[in-house]
Design a protein around this ligand. Structure first.
Ligand SMILES: *Cc1c(COP(=O)(O)O)cnc(C)c1O
Length: 395
């Protein structure tokens, strides 16, 4: 059994705070600060340029990728780190589309995160493809034999609705299309089985449930059967098979390394590497069971105490990720009032209160405090203040 008391203690959470926003930014593992500080004083400062070899900075994107692979049902040597998720979406979708040159359609759904859709739209304009966007519940029916790429975010960032990766991948393959799965709200939150689902490409960020810190590098996975064929399109020197030959002709590295672009963010990746230590000894099946326990308890307690709120997430836990949304016409102000009481979730336009549950550090006490705080604020209307209606830059 996974010891979630141990994992909770690994985080440096401010006292008096109930943190239910790890689906936007995971909290800091105490060891991350120590590790980064050591990297600065012992590696950057002392080794200077030799750190690329001596401290293993150059190999770090693949080594850290191997640690993520275990959490998403992939094998070692199949995942590499770097850049932001938006860039990794571009790389995966462009590579997949290039493998189906006689087809034009990229299919996604309106529950996808806007950045993924913007990237796919920009790519479609550049390569004369078409981005087709349907409602999340219509994706399966929209898979047709003109499809090049199915680009889906497995867990909807607003509702927590979870797509069936295995079924959609099978259907896409039946019509000859390739799949790109965005795991932004899946990695470290639900049980992901990329190889078992026979997915083609996957990408994700590491600052949400993986707790790598603000701006932590993204990851990309390519199925081993495609990894030596997929063209990176963003052909950077670090994805070249011999970067230090400084050859003027681009030749992709073997396998997943070709998806590297430029110099990796070593400091950020060091913080992420420390954050991944917390996952040692965590069983993903235990994590999923615990996540379901927490979200079920939260829904039950909120529904029993807050008649004004409407559940905006699937009721069936098997169709839900590790977050819960409730709708309220004044959701923004309600969330500001909650945050003022030390209960941190977030707001997603137009009217959703969103709460992420991360079993690594959330427990049933957090569930109770958040549900009871919400009930109190709605009952006494303490959210009804002008300053709580002022929108900040980041919501
Ligand atoms: C969080 C998130 C992003 C953010 O992309 P960045 O490039 O890391 O800012 C993109 N897509 C999805 C689905 C997300 O949930």
């Amino acid at each position: 059994m996974t010891d979630f008391n141990r994992t909770r203690q690994a985080f440096d959470l401010p006292s008096g705070i109930t943190y239910l926003d790890g689906n936007s930014l995971g909290p800091m593992p105490t060891s991350a600060a120590e590790r980064v500080s050591r990297m600065m004083s012992e590696e950057w400062s002392r080794m200077l340029i030799t750190g690329w070899n001596k401290a293993g900075w150059y190999a770090q994107p693949r080594k850290v990728g191997d640690r993520i692979a275990r959490l998403i049902g992939a094998g070692s040597g199949q995942v590499v780190m770097g850049d932001t998720l938006s860039i990794k979406v571009f790389q995966a979708v462009s590579a997949a589309r290039a493998m189906r040159p006689d087809r034009r359609v990229i299919l996604s759904d309106s529950g996808n995160f806007p950045s993924d859709l913007y990237v796919a739209h920009g790519l479609a304009a550049a390569v004369d493809a078409e981005l087709r966007v349907v409602a999340p519940e219509d994706v399966e029916a929209a898979i047709s034999d003109d499809l090049a790429v199915l680009m889906i975010t497995e867990v909807d960032y607003r509702t927590g609705r979870r797509h069936d990766m295995k079924a959609l991948t099978r259907k896409a393959h039946e019509v000859g299309a390739l799949t790109v799965w965005d795991l932004a709200h899946s990695a470290g939150a639900v049980d992901v089985a990329l190889l078992d689902c026979d997915a083609d490409f996957a990408v994700g960020c590491t600052y949400k449930y993986l707790n790598g810190g603000p701006g932590a590098p993204a990851f990309i996975w390519v199925h081993p059967q495609h990894a030596d064929k997929a063209r990176p399109i963003l052909q950077g020197w670090m994805g070249h098979h011999a970067p230090f030959d400084f050859d003027l002709d681009y030749q992709p590295a073997a396998g997943i390394e070709r998806m590297r672009v430029g110099t990796p963010p070593v400091i950020a990746m060091t913080a992420l590497d420390a954050a991944l230590d917390v996952w040692e000894g965590v069983s993903i099946d235990d994590l999923r069971a615990r996540s379901i326990e927490l979200t079920e308890a939260f829904i039950a307690r909120v529904e029993a105490r807050c008649p004004d709120l409407v559940l905006h997430s699937p009721r069936d836990p098997l169709q839900r990720g590790s977050q819960v949304g409730f709708r309220h016409p004044q959701a923004y102000a309600v969330m500001q009032a909650l945050i003022a009481e030390g209960i941190i979730g977030d707001f997603r336009a137009p009217d959703v209160l969103r709460f992420g549950f991360a079993p690594l550090y959330n427990d049933l006490g957090d569930v109770e405090r958040a549900a009871d705080g919400l009930a109190r604020i709605l009952a006494n209307q303490s959210w009804d203040r002008d300053d709580y209606r002022q929108r900040a830059d980041v919501t």
